[in-house]
Design a protein around this ligand. Structure first.
Ligand SMILES: [Mg+2]
Length: 367
């Protein structure tokens, strides 16, 4: 992965851990623009591995006996329904005015596979219209990417290496004369798509005045262009917190704003970093310019596709946080660690409909 890459996570799953799987208690939510209601099948696992809810469904029993193929038929896993329900009740009780959503972009809001091909990231899709510089960025990728995933490099050293990688890459984009037209063309040619239900999730949150911070080690200008081209609209409650470019009058890149956000520091002081980076509100999304207000929203719904994404809420002194993880690959190897890390884990490139159900439950006025 180019700058914006993720640390590898690997662990093992016990097939017996999937044996006790009562259905969840999410509210039913009628999906906008759909003529059927949806009901996501999230499966519950208690810390002890015992069922804490109603009896298992036939589907779940099939999963239990399904061996490694069983994970292919699961949509979601909930480790501890009791804990999830407790957090949900607390967030619902505080009301939408105390809630904020913090989301990763690549692989979280976007699909992992698009038309059978691996989806591109906001960094990876960029062709700067200069083959020499594209090759130079590729050479950096070839050098630094293995270091990003190396299990033997200490964190402090790896952080420095990631800073180097991102800054060199950004330097090449400036030196190579990246234009905004190249960004537009790159996005138009890219293999990238939002998960089904993302628009409806944003619409729902906009209606409830719940801010969404999209926090990414990618490139804000590209993410926003993806919004323009793929969604053809913006949302007043959404703010992209990412590396932001400065263009001259000829739409040629001349610098980057603020501190470089890379894969190992996107989790630190996210909101503090956001303010100076996003001092202009000329971007299509975003009116969440009062970060003190966002900080006062002490209930968090966090969406990520990597365990490291959990750190995106480190800048918030939250009271309650529900974390949702999208496990996009190495499912069998990683489900164990994801299940321990996230409150809900979605599998198999799931849609966003289950998150909409969860968000509707969190914003419900029913106590
Ligand atoms: Mg991601």
């Amino acid at each position: 992965m180019r700058p914006g890459g993720l640390l590898a996570i690997a662990s093992t799953i016990s097939s017996t851990a999937l044996s006790q799987s009562p259905l969840p208690t999410f509210v039913r939510f009628r999906a906008p623009h759909r003529n059927h209601s949806i009901f996501s099948h999230a499966f519950n696992h208690t810390a002890s591995g015992r069922s804490s809810g109603p009896s298992c469904s036939l589907q779940n029993r099939r999963i239990f006996f399904g061996g490694s193929n069983a994970l292919m038929s699961l949509e979601a896993v909930v480790r501890n329904r009791e804990s999830l329900e407790k957090k949900s009740a607390a967030i619902r009780s505080a009301g939408p005015s105390k809630l904020q959503v913090i989301a990763d972009f690549d692989g979280t809001l976007t699909k992992y596979t698009v038309d059978g091909r691996r989806g591109q990231t906001s960094h990876g899709l960029l062709q700067q219209g200069n083959a020499e510089y594209d090759a130079k960025r590729q050479a950096l990728y070839d050098y630094y990417h293995p270091l990003e995933y190396s299990p033997t490099i200490p964190l402090e050293e790896k952080t420095k290496l990631m800073e180097e990688w991102w800054e060199k890459t950004h330097g090449l984009l400036v030196e190579g004369g990246l234009t905004f037209d190249a960004i537009k063309k790159s996005v138009a040619d890219a293999t990238i798509a939002f998960r089904d239900g993302v628009v409806e999730l944003f619409e729902f949150l906009e209606e409830k005045d719940v801010p969404v911070l999209i926090f990414s080690a990618g490139l804000a200008d590209i993410i926003e262009e993806v919004f323009r081209q793929k969604l053809h609209r913006s949302f007043k409650n959404i703010k992209v917190v990412s590396n932001r470019m400065v263009f001259d009058d000829n739409d040629r890149l001349i610098s980057f704003k603020g501190k470089t956000i890379h894969v190992l520091n996107k989790n630190e002081h996210a909101l503090d970093m956001a303010a100076p980076v996003h001092d202009n509100l000329g971007d299509p999304n975003g009116s969440v310019n009062d970060y003190s207000l966002v900080k006062n929203r002490t209930n968090v719904l966090l969406l990520g596709d990597h365990i490291g994404d959990l750190g995106m809420s480190d800048g918030v002194e939250y009271e309650n946080r529900i974390s949702v993880g999208f496990l996009n690959g190495n499912t069998e190897e990683s489900i164990g660690s994801y299940r321990e890390a996230f409150d809900v884990v979605y599998l198999n490139d799931a849609s966003m409909w289950g998150v909409i159900e969860l968000a509707s439950q969190l914003c419900s006025s029913d106590q």
